[in-house]
Design a protein around this ligand. Structure first.
Ligand SMILES: *[C@@H]1O[C@H](CO)[C@@H](O)[C@H](O)[C@H]1NC(C)=O
Ligand SMILES: *[C@@H]1O[C@H](CO)[C@@H](O)[C@H](O)[C@H]1NC(C)=O
Ligand SMILES: *[C@@H]1O[C@H](CO)[C@@H](O)[C@H](O)[C@H]1NC(C)=O
Ligand SMILES: *[C@@H]1O[C@H](CO)[C@@H](O)[C@H](O)[C@H]1NC(C)=O
Ligand SMILES: *[C@@H]1O[C@H](CO)[C@@H](O)[C@H](O)[C@H]1NC(C)=O
Ligand SMILES: *[C@@H]1O[C@H](CO)[C@@H](O)[C@H](O)[C@H]1NC(C)=O
Length: 929
């Protein structure tokens, strides 16, 4: 907005000159300018909204719609164009009034056009297309003949459908991933190579969706509701490409016609490969069966050695043991990998022997060819995790749907919220601990890599195994991602249940009188059931032990009263519940540590929240929260809240009271307070947290000085302070009235549109503190402070030794940047013979614009020593005559200087120089735009 403001100012100035005569025209022109100004403001707030929304929505599976991207570019282009226009207006003498008027009107139309297009009722993001990337995959050990057989069928003409069968963990998927990646490299064989993980239960809609995505087909297919139409459309489209379709992990029979998969024939040259544990499923689909057998002894040994690492001691005794161990793995690659990993780094022969005995004990009773074969071997690796915390974290991964890629970040947070990570004082420390556990599980190969670094997966066989472990002892009920439309019957909710996951289903309602009796239930995951709108009153009544409840992304409109009695509940997650209108009083949830209401639909702050003594994490980013009528009340609320010491428990917070500065930059939301249109100074001034790092003050009319906010005296971490549009402020900091400690750590100071500001720091009589004031300040930014005359008194310079950037613009009365206390003339005589130097050792950029009265950057004959200075910009400072960068003893430019911009060019020509050489020294750095 800075640029449009300049433009407008310039235009208004221009029309005030005698050359502009026609009054009507002026009025119309003024109106047009106002119109442009307001339209551009609308456009930029719309743009900002879109950008903010995108920050929330874009993730690894979602990308910005092209249409939205184009619009953002257009909006930016319009802004740029208006900025350029501003520069043309700077040369307004050359522009006729008529052209100026035309220019403004053209821009209005252009801005309007972009603004009109800035609505995206169908959303801003789309799913990322499946870019057929190579799948991450382990090295393939052995299985050469099987692979060659499949490859032969794929490239030959005899077989169109191949069924790759074998028991879980034998390596079917791994073989197919290798083949998939090789097919991608050999582009000439198929037009499209598509991989779909099918899993149990088969979801026809998702299958169609994935195939269409893999074919990069028209998106409207996915959106159409009519299943049959979709099937026939998919089939039609598949007819136009020669495809290879790999369906991994198929469990159930289905017909190609129902899905819309075009049958491969010798004529069309297409192929389908199905992997399944079930031979009969492959047969029913008409596949040629390729059986994947366990690895040979030698292959097993190679794989084992590869995974266990090269650091096992080469002693004959040990060799015996690990050979025996490999024998126990029955040639199952998955078992070999996880067992080898669990032995990695162990060098003690006795420990190896012990492990071998344990493994034999596990395997003893299992029948060959049964599922137990692999389970018991995996179980051995699980037991070897030893630490029960780590085991529980591992087990909790099985609460997610089969073949689901879990975001690592979410998983770690869930562990913490479930109480599986030991209490360590700070959330940061617990996150670190959580990640350590995650890495350990990944290294043990009990969890697999996802499609990107941020995700992790549980092998379906491993998941089956963990659910079996649970069914022996304590209980899990996991029906995640199973397309359930109804919640499991009450009799399934047995008393011994500990964890229940029903996440990612289509459960729409829970029977009215349902009241599961599960006193031992600690974790309940109901998230991602967006059709679920109501939970019956007594649903939670017999779940007193519940401590983790995730209801995020459900359609719930209210929560039942029975939730109030969950005295052990530590995490209540209602992230993205935009239908949620009502919450009962939360005061009794005394154990609650985390309450996530991000984007919930509530209009008022939940009752009883202030009673939650243990709350550590609160997200109240709720777009519908209504403002209370009086600002005064708001600041008192904030003050009372801060006085309660509750905020000290928060590792981060953002409090925005009242209106938020429209140009507010939300890039860095750490420990921030924003106060808009509030009463904050004076008698009972607002109380702010001592560890606050950023303070934004916007349009606070009666605000006079930061020194009036008494509680600032005790803040020690304040890094950034922005004061905007406060009419009465005269002095930012008054040293007489306050201690300087709170500005000691300040790194950034922004002062914008403060019409009465005349002094930044009043240091009257406090000289002793001078070297410390602003001693950490890096960036100073000031605009539109029309009463400022002298920015920094000479004395203050001692403190500014870390200043890197100074930007000052539109201050109508500003005469000097650095000056003597009192009148300039008094000092001239003293300094007539000697040169005074002013040192700002870290200053990199000095930017001065539109300062009509600016006469001096530093006192007459003074020289600024700025060895780090890279850029100097001086625009529209018509009275400035001196650039004090080059002394007369040994004229040389600042060492780091990159460029100087002076505009208009005449200003450069009219500069006066102490030394005739000085101009020549600087001339090479001039950049006349
Ligand atoms: C996508 O399909 C719809 C309906 O079949 C059609 O109207 C639209 O033009 C298609 N779009 C493209 C880009 O092919
Ligand atoms: C709760 O569920 C949401 C939606 O699936 C998920 O994004 C979030 O990570 C979950 N929270 C925790 C702590 O598990
Ligand atoms: C609930 O947990 C306790 C402690 O682990 C156990 O003793 C009890 O048998 C469990 N109750 C049921 C019904 O399984
Ligand atoms: C709540 O948690 C405490 C401590 O873990 C436990 O002793 C108590 O039995 C729990 N209450 C219920 C109702 O399960
Ligand atoms: C907050 O903490 C301060 C100092 O630690 C203490 O004096 C004050 O009484 C506390 N306030 C409350 C409401 O506990
Ligand atoms: C600042 O801290 C001191 C000592 O902890 C305390 O006495 C004083 O009341 C605090 N001042 C304000 C304004 O909070």
């Amino acid at each position: 907005m800075a640029d449009i403001a300049t433009l407008i100012l310039e235009i208004i100035k221009c029309i005030a000159t005698p050359t502009c005569r026609c009054v009507d025209y002026h009025r119309k022109f003024k109106e047009d300018v106002e119109d442009l100004k307001s339209k551009l403001r609308d456009l930029n707030s719309r743009k900002k909204d879109v950008e903010t929304q995108l920050q929330v929505e874009v993730c690894s599976q979602k990308q910005v719609k092209q249409q939205v991207e184009d619009w953002l570019q257009d909006a930016q282009r319009i802004n740029d164009e208006i900025q350029q226009a501003e520069q043309r207006v700077d040369n307004a003498l050359f522009l006729s009034r008529a052209r100026l008027g035309k220019l403004v009107r053209e821009k209005i139309i252009a801005v309007d056009a972009v603004l009109q297009r800035g609505h995206f009722p169908e959303g801003l993001v789309v799913n990322k297309p499946a870019t057929a990337l190579p799948l991450p995959v382990e090295n393939l050990e052995g299985e050469v003949s099987v692979k060659e057989k499949i490859w032969g069928y794929l490239t030959g003409n005899e077989v169109q459908m191949i069924g790759v069968c074998g028991i879980g963990g034998v390596g079917k998927t791994t073989i197919m991933k290798h083949i998939h990646n090789e097919l991608l490299l050999m582009k000439s064989i198929f037009d499209k190579v598509i991989w779909v993980t099918v899993s149990y239960p088969l979801n026809v809609v998702r299958l169609q969706h994935e195939i269409a995505k893999g074919m990069r087909m028209n998106e409207s297919l996915i959106e159409n509701e009519d299943e049959q139409w979709r099937a026939s459309e998919l089939m039609r489209m598949m007819g136009s490409v020669k495809y290879a379709l790999i369906l991994d992990d198929v469990w159930q029979r289905f017909t190609f016609e129902d899905v819309g998969i075009l049958r491969p024939t010798t004529e069309n040259g297409c192929k389908i490969v199905i992997t399944s544990r079930k031979v009969d499923v492959c047969k029913s689909l008409g596949c040629k069966i390729v059986k994947v057998s366990p690895l040979s002894k030698e292959e097993s040994l190679n794989l084992f050695l590869d995974k266990v690492g090269s650091d096992i001691p080469q002693v004959p005794e040990l060799e015996e043991i690990w050979k025996a161990m490999v024998d126990e793995c029955a040639g199952l690659p998955l078992a070999i990998v996880v067992i080898a990993r669990s032995m990695k780094g162990i060098t003690d022969v006795r420990e190896w022997r012990h492990a071998l005995n344990e493994l034999r004990e596990r395997v003893k009773a299992t029948a060959k060819g049964s599922e137990d074969e692999i389970f018991e071997r995996l179980r051995f690796s699980y037991d070897r995790l030893q630490d029960s915390n780590i085991q529980n974290c591992f087990l909790s991964c099985s609460l997610y749907p089969e073949d689901y890629e879990i975001r690592k970040d979410d998983l770690v947070k869930q562990w913490i919220d479930e109480g599986l990570v030991e209490e360590l004082g700070s959330r940061r420390a617990m996150l670190d601990k959580g990640w350590t556990i995650l890495n350990k599980l990944e290294n043990s190969c009990l969890l697999e890599k996802g499609h990107s670094e941020d995700f992790i997966k549980m092998h379906d066989v491993v998941r089956d195994m963990t659910l079996r472990i649970k069914s022996i002892g304590p209980q899990f009920m996991v029906k995640a991602g199973m397309q359930l439309r109804e919640i499991p019957d009450e009799d399934k909710w047995t008393e011994n249940l500990e964890k229940v996951s029903l996440m990612k289903n289509e459960i729409s309602n829970i029977p009215l009188n349902m009241c599961p009796n599960c006193p031992n239930l600690t974790t309940l995951m109901l998230q991602k059931n967006n059709k679920l709108t109501k939970i019956p009153d007594c649903f939670f009544a017999s779940m007193q032990g519940l401590n983790f409840l995730n209801l995020s992304e459900t359609g719930v409109e209210s929560l039942p009263n029975s939730i109030c009695n969950l005295e052990n509940l530590t995490a209540l997650l209602l992230h993205g519940c935009d239908n949620l209108k009502q919450l009962p009083c939360l005061a009794k949830l005394q154990a609650l540590k985390k309450l996530d209401l991000f984007r919930a639909g509530i209009k008022v702050v939940p009752e009883g929240i202030e009673m939650l003594e243990n709350l550590q994490y609160l997200d109240l980013w709720c777009p519908n929260l209504v403002e209370l009528p009086s600002r005064r009340i708001l600041t008192i609320d904030l003050s009372n809240y801060v006085k309660s010491n509750h905020s000290k428990r928060l590792s981060n917070y953002v409090f925005m009271v009242g209106q938020v500065e429209p140009d507010f930059n939300d890039a860095d939301l750490s420990k921030m307070i924003s106060l808009g249109e509030c009463e904050i100074g004076g008698e009972d001034s607002v109380v702010l947290p001592n560890d606050m790092q950023q303070l934004w003050i916007y349009k606070c009319r009666k605000f006079r000085s930061l020194s009036d906010i008494h509680s600032l005296k005790n803040t020690t971490k304040l890094r950034k302070c922005c004061v905007t549009k406060c009419e009465e402020i005269e002095c930012v900091v008054d040293m007489v009235m306050s201690s300087f400690s709170f500005i000691k750590n300040l790194e950034e100071l922004w002062l914008d549109k403060l019409p009465n500001l005349s002094i930044v720091v009043d240091v009257e009589g406090e000289e002793a503190t001078l070297p410390h004031i602003f001693s950490n300040l890096k960036s100073f930014w000031m605009r539109g402070c029309s009463r400022m005359k002298r920015l920094f008194p000479f004395e203050l310079l001692q403190g500014l030794q870390n200043l890197e950037k100074i930007t000052i613009g539109e201050c109508e009365q500003m005469e000097e940047i650095i000056g003597w206390e009192g009148e300039e003339e008094n000092h001239i005589t003293d300094a007539a013979t000697t040169t005074t130097t002013f040192t700002l050792p870290k200053l990199r950029a000095l930017d001065l614009w539109n300062l009509p009265e600016l006469k001096r950057i530093c006192p007459t004959r003074g020289v600024m020593v700025c060895d780090s200075l890279q850029q100097l910009e001086i625009k529209k400072c018509p009275e400035l005559r001196r650039i004090p960068l080059v002394g007369n003893v040994q004229p040389s430019p600042p060492a780091a200087l990159n460029y100087i911009r002076v505009w208009p060019q005449e200003l450069w020509e009219s500069m006066e120089w102490d030394d005739p050489n000085a101009k020549n020294v600087l001339q090479p750095f001039m950049d006349f735009l």
